[in-house]
Design a protein around this ligand. Structure first.
Ligand code: E4P
Length: 213
């Protein structure tokens, strides 16, 4: 499983990129709005920093509008992936982008039929939202496993991005259940590194080293 970072914050992206594990970035309108910057300018900055896929979401709700916006986004850099919401209009746009060889990430996936439809329409990625399903008492992880099984059984090449990740266990379970990618907020990425026994071990090694006779 590969790691994407789920943020539009350039400092977080730079920090994560220095770790040598970053395969891509996902943004969404809420994450961009938090930054208070021009969307296109920020996408330019991100694509200069990261060579992997950078998902940029369309705002239009009709296929025609999505296609127009998506073409403008895709023109920013070759590694832009156009993020499209899972709707009937979104599927039409995904098909058009697929014909134009523009990569897509179908977002807001909450059931396996949505994922299968997106894959058949030609999506490069689908993003099932684990945390938001867990929030309403559903099992987000079962959805990842189901989509992985369907894609495997029908030899679909669309990659599964485990999204709406809230904690380190989500990351382990997404990897075990067949997600190709987890897109993770910076805070969770930092948590993945930590273990109290690692900290205690470092402290003990250092104190033994400093107290040697
Ligand atoms: C994925 O691409 C989305 O940007 C993101 O994972 C949504 O997460 P949230 O439910 O924490 O907003």
């Amino acid at each position: 499983m590969k790691f994407f970072i789920d943020t539009a914050n350039i400092s977080e992206i730079r920090e994560a990129n220095q770790l040598g594990i970053l395969a891509g970035v996902t943004t969404n309108p809420s994450l961009v709005a938090k930054e208070g910057v021009s969307f296109h300018d920020r996408l330019r900055e991100i694509t200069q920093e990261v060579s992997g896929s950078v998902s940029a979401e369309v705002i239009a709700e009709d296929a025609e509008g999505m296609i127009k916006e998506g073409k403008e986004l895709a023109a920013i850099a070759p590694n832009i992936t156009v993020k499209v919401p899972m709707t009937l209009e979104g599927l039409k746009a995904v098909k058009a982008f697929s014909d134009l060889q523009i990569k897509t990430n179908v977002t807001l996936i909450f059931n396996a039929n949505q994922a299968l439809l997106a894959a058949r329409a030609g999506a490069t990625y689908v993003s099932p939202f684990l945390g938001r399903l867990d929030d309403i008492g559903h099992d987000g992880m079962t959805l990842i496993a189901t989509i992985a099984e369907i894609f495997d059984r029908h030899q679909l090449e669309t990659e599964i991005i485990a999204a709406s990740i809230r904690h380190p266990l989500h990351v382990i379970d997404a990897a075990l259940n067949g997600a190709h990618i987890a897109t993770i907020p910076y805070k969770v990425l930092a948590q993945l590194v930590n273990h109290p026994l690692t900290d205690q071990g470092i402290e003990k090694f250092l104190s033994d080293w400093n107290n040697q006779k």
